[in-house]
Design a protein around this ligand. Structure first.
Ligand code: PLP
Length: 357
């Protein structure tokens, strides 16, 4: 039986999207490959409202995160973390001998834009890495206010992990002044894991040119130069099945569902889940910065989350336990990608039924 996934990635993928993954292969050095990859880039530019170049990577999003911090930090990176994924940027920097400092908030809170201002005003940093939507805590950072602060620091490359929000939460990359926005295929875009996507601004390109050891596979400048020279082809063999699926799905998002409708559906799903949580449990974290794509529930009833999930799986659906040390203390319900309002209601009714609440 198919288990509907209400976990924050990988998400449930529609049958018609899955079918695209099994189409006959094409050569990656053909005109068709160029056209396919150009179309994907142009459609991602529409979703992100950006004129900057799009880079595709056959890796999950972490690959591009590592590539971004390594390719574009010359002096020192300031990493702002509100949870596990934010801290991952810092670990990537340390493991690549990139100079970096980590600024953490307590779990469940967002980053205070004034803290960013205070840290950057020291003049020590030339790259800022931050998470937009922290999947481990269900908190979305106030990206508009953060972007306002960043406008005062034109020499700092602004990198944003949008892995669990892009395609579900409206984010206009150029308006926000983001240099590198990153996402993965298996979250709000609704295709299987294995492909990631980022923007790469003029400023980021100029910076990368001054950085010596940018690595190889995730050297963003090398990828950029290659696609310019070879008409949207990539240095190494990309996952063509993912390209077919993403191409099809982007057309669906832009021309069938409509991007604004998709964003609104995410707002509506989040509201339903949050209201249910307020009634039956408690929300984890700061209510003024709740995520639109995943909700973290404080387990105030002290239920056994694993048992609940086992019962749900028998009924063909699955949620997520809390992440790391938040396991059993919280659990998470994802409401992203192509999940519909009816699916959410069905899930919540089943949880009510299982728990007798
Ligand atoms: C899932 C996730 C990641 C990791 O992405 P992968 O595609 O698994 O590498 C990073 N950041 C956030 C916010 C995520 O939700």
């Amino acid at each position: 039986m198919h288990t509907k996934l209400f976990i924050p990635g990988p998400v449930d993928v529609r049958e018609d999207v899955l079918e695209k993954m099994s189409m006959p292969q094409i050569g990656h050095r053909t005109k068709e490959a160029s056209e396919l990859q150009r179309r994907i880039s142009e459609n991602m530019q529409k979703i992100w409202k950006t004129k900057e170049q799009i880079l595709l990577s056959t890796s999950s999003g972490s690959g591009l995160m590592e590539g971004a911090i390594k390719s574009c930090t010359r002096k020192r990176a300031a990493v702002f973390s509100i949870g596990t994924f934010g801290t991952r940027w810092y670990e990537m920097a340390v493991n690549n001998n990139v100079e970096a400092d980590l600024f953490e908030t307590v779990k469940g809170k967002a980053t205070d834009p004034d803290d960013i201002d205070r840290v950057l005003s020291m003049g020590k940093y030339d790259l800022l890495a931050i998470t937009h939507n922290e999947t481990s805590t269900g908190i979305a950072n106030p990206i508009d206010e953060i972007a306002q602060v960043m406008k005062r620091y034109p020499d700092v490359v602004f990198c944003v992990d949008m892995v669990s929000s892009a395609g579900g939460h409206k984010l206009n990359v150029d308006e926000l002044g983001i240099d590198i926005a990153i996402t993965s295929s298996q979250k709000c875009l609704g295709i299987p894991a294995g492909l990631s996507i980022c923007t790469f601004s003029e400023k980021a390109i100029e910076r990368a040119k001054t950085v010596k050891n940018r690595g190889y596979y995730f050297d963003l400048l090398n990828i950029y130069m290659y696609i310019l020279k070879k008409d949207y082809q990539y240095p190494s063999t990309p996952s063509i099945p993912h390209m077919f699926a993403l191409d099809y799905q982007l057309d669906y998002i832009l021309n069938v569902e409509g991007i604004e409708n998709r964003f609104q559906r995410h707002i509506d799903m989040a509201e339903i889940v949050q209201n249910w949580v307020r009634e039956k449990f408690d929300l984890f974290g700061d209510e003024t910065h709740l995520s639109r794509t995943v909700t973290a529930v404080k387990n105030v009833r002290n239920i056994n989350v694993s048992d609940l999930n086992n019962e749900l799986i028998k009924r063909g659906m699955m949620i997520s336990n809390g992440y790391g040390d938040l396991k059993e203390k919280t659990f998470r319900i994802a409401h992203m990608a192509d999940t519909q309002i009816e699916d959410i209601n069905e899930l919540l009714n089943n949880i009510n039924d299982i728990l007798g609440i």
